[in-house]
Write a protein that binds this ligand. Structure first.
Ligand code: DGL
Length: 285
């Protein structure tokens, strides 16, 4: 992407930044965007009616992601952050080819960071089944290897998403499952682990205690830094009230409680947008 020309002047563009995810997980990405870009307005769409994307086919993830992006474009966003690893792995190229604004995914920023963090060259990647089988992380790490020999050890961890949504962030059952998933990565001597799913940062403290010598990479934090750089923003110490318009395709009473955990701050009730509405907006584009 010709970053400089595409992103020029976006800092002074008062339009909001659009962010979408398959559901609630992308709020862990939004958390870092809000922290780094407190002066910006955000429109967040969580496709909570159709979550999870992680076990779906590439074709379906592309369709859903295009519908989410179209919805955000109708809110006149200046940039779209795909705050979902699965959508970034399977739909980023499609979105970049069809959207009129710059699109930032979560995979390339985290892959790049992992290559600068690893010392022994053994990088672990964990994510949903769809993200891991897309091989996107391994390809992106290879692309940023700069001629070094890097070894990527990937592991799908499908049980982590429901465990996080259940709030079992450090229960004995979660630890047992984590130990099982991490065993092959530990055997391969990883010194860096990419948390390649929006839900996994909430398991960070538990994972750190199981892997005290391994550097954990939070994809949301990395993507937020890319958005910050792309906008040419400067760090501000001024306190702003976050300006977030929150939309979901399904709303349950548990949402607000979980949203608070992912975002790390209280949040207003979301506005529900029907899937028919999303699909119609896409076909009208
Ligand atoms: N947001 C998804 C991701 O980061 C996890 C949840 C899902 O499978 O949709 O891959």
């Amino acid at each position: 992407m010709e970053r400089d020309s595409i992103f020029a002047d976006m800092l002074f563009d008062s339009r909001p930044i659009g962010v979408f995810d398959s559901g609630i997980g992308g709020l862990s990405v939004l958390k870092h965007l809000v922290r780094l870009l407190p002066q910006e307005r955000f429109v967040y769409l969580g496709d909570t009616a159709r979550v999870p994307y992680g076990n779906r086919s590439a074709e379906t993830v592309r369709l859903y992601s295009s519908q989410c992006a179209s919805f955000l474009l109708t809110h006149d966003v200046k940039m779209i952050v795909v705050a979902c690893n699965t959508a970034s792995a399977l739909a980023l190229d499609t979105l970049r080819a069809t959207c009129s604004v710059p699109v930032i995914g979560v995979i390339e920023p985290a892959a790049r960071r992992s290559t600068s963090e690893t010392v022994n060259g053994h990088i672990g990647v964990i994510g949903t089944r769809a993200t891991i089988s897309s091989d996107s992380y391994a390809q992106s790490i290879e692309a940023h290897s700069d001629g070094r020999s890097l070894f990527v050890h990937s592991q799908p961890c499908p049980l982590f998403v429901p465990l996080v949504e259940e709030g079992w962030l450090d229960s004995p059952a979660t630890r047992l499952i984590a130990e099982e998933y991490l065993r092959p990565l530990i055997a391969n001597g990883i010194d860096t682990l990419v948390l390649g799913c929006t839900h996994y940062p909430l398991l960070g403290p538990m994972l750190s205690s199981l892997l005290p010598l391994v550097k954990l990479i939070d994809c949301g934090e990395c993507a937020a830094h890319d958005a910050f750089d792309a906008l040419g923003a400067v760090h501000q110490d001024v306190l702003h009230t976050p300006q977030i318009s929150l939309y979901v395709t399904d709303h349950t009473p548990a949402f607000t409680l979980m949203a608070r955990q992912f975002l790390g701050m209280p949040i207003d009730e979301p506005v529900r947008v029907s899937i028919d509405n999303l699909a119609r907006r896409t076909s009208e584009r």
